[in-house]
Design a binder for this molecule. Structure first.
Ligand SMILES: *[C@@H]1O[C@H](CO)[C@@H](O)[C@H](O)[C@H]1NC(C)=O
Ligand SMILES: *[C@@H]1O[C@H](CO)[C@@H](O)[C@H](O)[C@H]1NC(C)=O
Ligand SMILES: *[C@@H]1O[C@H](CO)[C@@H](O)[C@H](O)[C@H]1NC(C)=O
Ligand SMILES: *[C@@H]1O[C@H](CO)[C@@H](O)[C@H](O)[C@H]1NC(C)=O
Ligand SMILES: *[C@@H]1O[C@H](CO)[C@@H](O)[C@H](O)[C@H]1NC(C)=O
Length: 406
């Protein structure tokens, strides 16, 4: 079991490193990195990469495609199956369709996004990207197998083909990134409470939307998580509310694969000089968790992951220690909130007339909502403990394995 754990956390291959040994593919390799396909390739097993040399890449670059289209075109070159040179020349019935990463991303309409591999006369193997069924017709299989570059059966095979594969769907410019309406996407996919709240803070929303052009990752709490947190949210000052919302955004685009391969502290949109407002990203196998000193949240889903914007759901509201330290680190939180609630409504006198009655109406609801929350917090720390233990064992196993290898 420990070995299994180790296998799932270590990358079997690093496409960037493998291709770095072959300067004739340096352009292809460069664009695998800039389109963020490299980490996606590294986290997959049983995969085939159809590399093209620099001359073939230059004809693609000359088209000046936006980066999102370039990513689509290159993802047609990643087959989700293992094809070594031998298998290519021995395809059953002489022709096969291979699923690609383009098709797996869901950007490909209909039957578009497969690669047709056909054994041709004279021992040649031809490749073509399929088109959508509507504009079918015979494919020109003019990209042909050149040579095998690197084969690690059955994890990754890298073969060179003569031409870039493409089809109209991959080339089509993706909807302009600035058209990504982050609140609409969140509202439509289970983060409505968070999105609605964000809309009531136009300054915070502006920070999100202005970052959406250059790179933005949002971790939106699901409706269940955010609704149960609302009583506590109402109790915060206006500035704290804004910071808490901003705390759920990161000013850099992180694809899921990038998140899975990055451990460590991450600054947020709320980070401001000394006020760190950061959290820790931790990976275990395929699951990604975000930890503050107060809470550990799990990334539970992807709403959108298209450079420059990624939006993921998290199962808990991220509570920055800068806001919640005093309130929640105390060991016996249960009696405190009710006693202090009236005091907080005094702090609130600046907000519109509603709050006083709002607060008093909320106070009774607060306590029930509170107790499960504080239970959650207790669960988190024990989970954290287990993670530390597992991490320890993984290190022990790695050390043992390394010494066995040596
Ligand atoms: C293939 O991947 C598995 C799982 O990551 C790994 O354990 C194995 O060592 C890899 N095989 C080779 C030949 O690298
Ligand atoms: C893969 O290799 C490249 C180049 O050697 C290196 O910069 C990168 O950090 C590696 N990626 C991983 C996930 O190890
Ligand atoms: C691949 O394309 C060729 C040429 O258009 C066609 O004859 C063949 O049936 C296709 N193969 C598959 C599996 O669709
Ligand atoms: C997002 O869509 C909503 C309505 O669906 C609209 O009110 C809002 O202005 C849009 N935001 C942006 C940044 O376009
Ligand atoms: C409301 O805020 C006060 C002080 O800011 C805090 O002591 C109290 O626990 C809070 N109540 C809730 C329900 O979070």
């Amino acid at each position: 079991m420990l070995l299994l754990l180790l296998a799932t956390t270590s990358n079997a291959h690093n496409i960037t490193k493998i291709l770095a040994k072959f300067p004739e593919y340096s352009t292809f390799n460069h664009y695998l990195t800039t389109t963020h396909l490299a980490p996606e390739i590294n986290t997959r097993q049983t995969i085939t990469v159809l590399a093209v040399d620099n001359a073939a890449m230059n004809s693609l670059i000359a088209k000046h495609l936006p980066i999102s289209s370039l990513k689509n075109v290159l993802s047609l070159h990643v087959l989700l199956d293992y094809f070594g040179a031998k298998k290519l020349h021995q395809i059953t019935d002489g022709t096969a369709l291979a699923a690609t990463m383009f098709q797996a991303t869901g950007s490909a309409p209909g039957t578009s996004g497969f690669v047709n591999i056909t054994d041709l006369k004279g021992g040649k193997v031809g490749f073509a990207a399929t088109k959508d069924a509507d504009d079918s017709g015979s494919l020109s299989l003019d990209a042909t197998f050149v040579k095998s570059v690197k084969e690690i059966p059955y994890n990754i095979s890298i073969i060179q083909i003569s031409h870039v594969l493409s089809n109209p769907d991959a080339m089509a410019p993706a909807p302009a990134p600035e058209a990504t309406n982050i609140t609409d996407i969140m509202s439509a996919h289970g983060c409505k409470a968070f999105a609605d709240t964000l809309k009531t803070f136009p300054d915070a929303l502006d920070v999100f939307t202005s970052n959406a052009e250059g790179g933005l990752t949002v971790f939106c709490p699901t409706d269940d998580a955010f609704k149960s947190f609302l009583p506590k949210f109402k109790n915060l000052t206006k500035e704290e509310k804004s910071s808490l919302l901003l705390f759920h955004g990161v000013p850099i685009y992180y694809s899921m694969a990038m998140l899975r391969s990055s451990n460590g502290m991450m600054n947020t949109l709320a980070t401001d000089g000394k006020k760190k407002f950061d959290f820790e990203v931790q990976n275990e196998g395929q699951s990604v968790t975000l930890k503050t000193k107060i809470v550990t949240a799990k990334v539970t889903g992807t709403l959108i992951d298209e450079e420059p914007v990624a939006i993921y759901t998290v199962d808990k509201v991220l509570k920055p220690k800068e806001i919640f330290k005093k309130a929640e680190i105390s060991p016996a939180p249960a009696p405190a909130p009710e006693a202090e609630a009236p005091q907080s409504s005094k702090h609130h006198h600046k907000s519109p007339p509603a709050p006083p009655s709002d607060d008093s109406a909320d106070s009774p609801a607060d306590s029930p909502a509170d107790s499960p929350e504080s239970d959650d917090t207790a669960d988190d720390s024990s989970e954290g403990g287990e993670r530390v233990k597992k991490g320890f064992w993984m290190i022990v196993v790695s050390v043992v394995m390394v010494s066995m290898l040596v």
